[in-house]
Design a protein around this ligand. Structure first.
Ligand code: ZN
Length: 447
């Protein structure tokens, strides 16, 4: 039975996070795991596959993966009765079962003209991406990752960057130099630049990165570069109950969703399982590859067209679909219990979390809640129900966006954690396997 070894699943998450410092690396890590079980990459510019199979597609830092093997049991529409052509007006399509998530995490990113000098230091100009908790980025040994757009003849090619060495550091001010010894308020313009050496003559940061990746510095025409903490992820706590790692929001969902899809394709049902991992959630999802884009709708329509269906069948399939938007959930903090809704205590190790917000910061309605609660029941894992304090502004997810863009009934779920948006976050070790098991049951609903 998959996920029965929760220690191994937690260790798997640690490995996943450590090799995935940027959204582009998340896509690559997921693709490697999917290809091991027979998934084949599809290019958006190529003809769509018409054969039944397991596929995935990458657009920048976003990835969508699916299997059409569920359809192979019966001709035509999934869910049609045996012997039926599958296209008759009376048959009900099986629909898509979609697990969504996001590949990006808040961090410090490299500016376009990064080479600065100050007080005899060589500085790299950084700025925050998303709602980074800036204090947590101080005094850490930082590596560099992302991608370069490199001139290749008259065209361009992409080069992934991953430098796992302590090149950069954002040093904190000494407590003796703060005005009241209570710490300083960090200014995102002035206080998060990194030092990377001594001396008054600035060296070229981009030149350094290019040379490290074996690229002619003058050929680098564009870049998306970011920093990551080099401390390895770890299973911690007196009984090894906890996972301490960067980027748990939302790589815990990327990892659990990938493991869930791999388990679900071994157990095909009438539904078509889909994993949709979007970049740019932390900055509003509005991009070519964010949840606001056409990415998911386009892939879902091409899946139906690829199996010989038309627009009518696509729309009927969408109407029969349901999406679990996976993102992390706030566990009740032992040092700040008053920041939480007292009747909704959320525990690490307590299992997946269903997130409900009356003002639709989460997309959950009773239909989606029912579907996910049923999946948890079938997976044999407990379910916790989260409500944000009514007097605090609630965060959001890709859930309301994908629900609006697709018209698909959506439920917001997650795994509990502390220290969301810190450079180092904390979750329960057993929750990784419980979350993956619940998502697997959701992707492959019992007939
Ligand atoms: Zn998130």
């Amino acid at each position: 039975m998959p996920f029965s070894d929760s220690n191994a699943t937690a260790a798997g998450l640690c490995n996943f996070v450590d090799v995935s410092p940027s959204p582009f690396h998340v896509c690559r890590t997921v693709s490697v795991q999917l290809e091991e079980v027979g998934f084949v990459r599809v290019e958006e510019t190529a003809a769509w596959p018409t054969e039944v199979g397991r596929y995935y597609l990458i657009r920048g830092g976003s990835l969508v993966a699916w299997s059409t093997e569920s359809d192979s049991h019966e001709p035509g529409l999934s869910g049609s009765t045996p012997g039926d052509s599958g296209h008759s007006a009376g048959s009900t399509p099986g629909g898509f079962r979609i697990v969504g998530g996001h590949t990006d995490s808040p961090n410090l990113r490299v500016k376009q003209n990064p080479d600065l000098e100050s007080a005899g230091w060589q500085i790299v100009g950084l700025e925050p991406y998303g709602g980074a908790w800036l204090n947590s980025w101080l005094d850490r040994d930082l590596g560099i990752s992302g991608r370069l757009s490199v001139r290749d003849g008259n065209g361009l090619r992409e080069v992934l960057v991953k430098i796992d060495e302590p090149i950069l550091r954002v040093p904190q001010l000494a407590i003796h130099l703060s005005e009241d010894r209570k710490g300083v308020t960090l200014d995102p313009q002035r206080h998060v630049n990194a030092v990377w050496g001594l001396g008054n003559s600035p060296r070229s940061f981009l030149g350094y990165v290019a040379e490290r990746e074996g690229v002619d510095p003058s050929a680098v025409l564009g870049w998306e570069l970011m920093t990551h903490d080099l401390a390895p992820s770890a299973v911690v706590g007196v009984e090894n109950e906890l996972v301490s790692a960067p980027r748990l929001d939302n790589q815990a969902t990327c990892y659990a969703g990938t493991q869930a899809l791999i388990a679900a394709v071994e157990n095909p049902t009438t539904a078509t399982p889909v994993l949709a991992l979007f970049d740019h959630e932390e900055v509003g999802s509005m991009s070519d590859r964010g949840a606001f884009s056409d990415l998911l709708n386009t892939v879902l329509e091409r899946i139906v067209l690829g199996r010989g269906g038309g627009r009518e069948e696509f729309l009927r399939t969408m109407a029969a679909s349901i999406c679990a938007s996976g993102d992390m959930a706030h566990a009740t903090h032992p040092n700040y219990p008053d920041r939480h809704e007292p009747a909704h205590r959320i525990e690490l190790g307590g299992g997946p979390v269903l997130k409900v917000n009356q003002n639709l910061r989460y997309a959950t309605d009773s239909v989606g809640a029912g579907a996910f609660a049923l999946a948890c029941d079938q997976a044999g894992v407990p379910l916790q129900r989260y409500v944000h304090r009514a007097d605090l502004p609630c965060g959001s997810t890709i859930g309301p966006i994908t629900a609006s863009r697709t018209g698909v009934s959506t439920v917001d779920v997650g795994a509990p954690q502390l220290a969301m948006h810190s450079a180092r976050e904390l979750m329960g070790a057993s929750d990784v396997a419980a979350y993956a098991a619940a998502l697997a049951a959701f992707l492959a609903p019992a007939r």
